[in-house]
Write a protein that binds this ligand. Structure first.
Ligand code: RTP
Ligand code: MG
Length: 142
């Protein structure tokens, strides 16, 4: 399995609960490397563009409002099978369905305030990384 990169967000609910370190610890303990990271407070335009694929969904406006309600950490995770493994670490979208021990099982409040985002496929990972990071902000490890 080749080394992959995936895009991750620690969402406003988790940042406001001081969970950045706990979440980063899970990524690193699982062998994923954080190769880029920054804290941002997204504008409505930025969050709306990021979630453009969900524009017609009933939860779109609430999602954009939530994602702009406070700062988030955005990061690029690198490692073998990183996209699938990060989704495994995160758990199901709805914390009620998330396996015990996953980030959403431990830290999410609800499907709307679910602590983390992770890319779901190679094409979305590439698009999402480029949406927030320029190449010179990413520091691959030797
Ligand atoms: P994410 O994109 O945040 O990693 O989550 P995901 O792939 O598991 O879920 P996705 O279908 O991409 O939905 C994006 C976010 O929208 C909110 N959502 N609410 N109320 C609902 O039925 C509903 N469905 C999705 C969630 O916060 C989800 O993370
Ligand atoms: Mg998604």
């Amino acid at each position: 399995m080749a080394i992959e990169r995936t895009f991750s967000i620690v969402k406003p609910d988790a940042v406001s609960k001081n969970l950045i370190g706990a979440i980063y610890n899970r990524f690193e303990s699982a062998g994923l490397r954080i190769v880029a990271a920054k804290m941002i407070h997204m504008s409505a335009e930025q969050a709306g563009g990021f979630y453009a694929e969900h524009k017609e969904r009933p939860f779109y406006n609430a999602l954009v409002t939530f994602m702009t309600s406070g700062p988030v950490m955005v990061q690029v995770l690198e490692g073998e099978d990183a996209i699938r493994r990060n989704r495994e670490i995160m758990g199901a979208t709805n914390p009620a369905d998330a396996l015990a021990g996953t980030l959403r099982s431990c830290f999410a409040e609800s499907i709307d305030r679910n602590a983390v985002h992770g890319s779901d496929a190679p094409a979305s990972a590439a698009r999402e990384i480029a949406y927030f990071f320029s190449d010179d902000e990413i520091c691959p490890r030797a």
